[in-house]
Design a protein around this ligand. Structure first.
Ligand SMILES: [Zn+2]
Length: 446
């Protein structure tokens, strides 16, 4: 046993292992960032009496949350174009503003603000689709978060790259740079089918197969997108992606609000992963993803917050609670989803979607020690009926006291440890005083 072992005890431990049981008074041992033993607290206390201890005996402990879709730096653009539907929002508000104002230093500031918000709401791993991905990765590394860079590929010129060819080259270079990195993995992030030509999509599929890495793409987010696909191609974009060889278990399709029956069958038979972003879909007036149909077909459904500009907050527990409520409401049946299913979507399903299920997503021997602790001594939780229900619906981020990733503390007693919060707030205030921010506030619609 190495010196840097830590024995963590939990009043209620939600491992998210197959049985979905809550273990009362359990503990787990962390050795060099990995869980090496797990069991009843009294047994492990006796076995590892000399190791360092973290007593969370009044806490619910669950795996670190996994936010499978974000554009973190868009935190700076919160409010811009609100009240517009997706297509107008992108073309009239978001893309022109980005071209003008989102340079590397601003991306760094927006990403850090977003990451601190994520950490304080229990997120230990996230996927990010944004320009200057190397800048975003370096902030994540400093704060200790795990990140999948879904490197953006778009045919438009941006401040970061000129056209899709350069985006692909940069993705390949980043893949080389972060090969076997502890915290950073790289995937292709083609923005959407309509933002690229077919040849480029085929090329991305070929590289992704060769390198055995993921592809994350926005897909059939609005009814207009599906209508245009049917009109221009004679079939949906799901069918198109299957035809050109992109549909497989490394594909992460974001939104899929509008799907035909054939689309659902294709997603099931190819084991593609769906990233469900319920708040963003509702706020942009896009609709509701048929999540229950997808789950019934055995499709892996994970959760994303999407960027702050189309969500307002970055709180995955809220998304999990909303996803659960929408499933019940759409089915008009309160028995079709449980809080433990919602926690699955926020943890193990996310790990599966990102191809990281052997490392993260549940608390088991051999996996990374990524976990979140909720202090139950809080009016929002008491009287506690069920720990799963407490964290999904009753407490949310307010009761989070500790967040660890790879055995290292990232939030302790509610404080984010790897950032100088006062300095970050000063920089945020500078942004608030900027001309760019004035432009947002003048154009914001609430
Ligand atoms: Zn998005």
């Amino acid at each position: 046993m190495a010196k840097n072992c830590l024995l963590v005890s939990a009043g209620w431990l939600l491992t998210v292992k197959e049985d979905r049981e809550c273990r009362e008074d359990w503990a787990f041992l962390i050795d060099d960032g990995t869980i090496t033993d797990i069991g009843p607290r009294k047994d492990l206390n006796a076995k590892y009496s000399t190791s360092d201890k973290l007593a969370l005996n009044e806490h619910i402990v669950c795996p670190g949350l996994i936010n499978c879709h974000n554009h973190a730096a868009m935190k700076l653009m919160r409010g811009l174009g609100q009240g517009l539907n997706l297509d107008d929002w992108l073309h009239q508000a978001i893309w022109p503003f980005e071209r003008e104002h989102l340079d590397a230093p601003n991306v760094s500031l927006g990403a850090e603000l977003a990451m601190v918000e994520m950490l304080m709401s229990g997120i230990t791993t996230f996927s990010d689709m944004y320009f200057f991905p190397e800048t975003v990765a370096s902030v994540a590394e400093r704060l200790g978060l795990n990140i999948q860079l879904a490197v953006p590929i778009i045919s438009l010129d941006t401040r970061w790259a000129r056209g899709s060819e350069e985006c692909i080259h940069r993705t390949l270079a980043l893949h080389d740079l972060y090969r076997d990195h502890q915290h950073v993995s790289v995937a292709f992030g083609p923005h959407s089918v309509e933002a690229l030509d077919l040849e480029t999509l085929e090329k991305i599929g070929m590289y992704a197969d060769e390198l055995d890495i993921g592809i994350q793409i926005h897909l059939q987010e609005t009814s207009g997108e599906l209508d245009r696909a049917l009109k221009n191609h004679g079939h949906s974009f799901v069918v198109l992606l299957k035809k050109i060889g992109l549909m497989n278990d490394r594909l992460q399709v974001v939104h899929t609000v509008h799907l035909t029956s054939e689309d659902k069958a294709i997603l099931a038979e190819t084991n593609a992963n769906v990233i469900h972003c319920p708040s963003s879909n509702l706020l942009l007036g896009s609709g509701i993803c048929p999540t229950r149909d997808l789950l019934d077909l055995g499709i892996n459904v994970a959760l994303g917050t999407d960027g702050s500009a189309s969500n307002n907050g970055i709180d995955l527990l809220s998304e999990a609670a909303l996803a659960e409520s929408l499933i019940k409401g759409v089915a008009q049946d309160a028995s079709v989803c449980r809080a433990s299913n919602a926690l699955d979507m926020a943890t193990i399903n996310g790990a599966r979607a990102l191809g990281l299920e052997r490392q993260i997503g549940s608390l088991e021997v051999g996996k990374d020690a990524d976990f979140v602790a909720f202090d139950t001594r809080h009016p929002a939780i008491e009287p506690m009926i069920d720990p799963f229900r407490s964290i999904i619906s009753h407490s949310g981020a307010r009761c989070i006291s500790h967040v660890y990733a790879k055995g290292k503390p990232l939030v302790e007693n509610g404080i984010c440890v790897n950032t100088d919060l006062a300095d970050l707030m000063e920089k945020a205030a500078d942004w608030r005083a900027s001309k760019a921010f004035r432009e947002i506030s003048e154009r914001a619609y609430y």
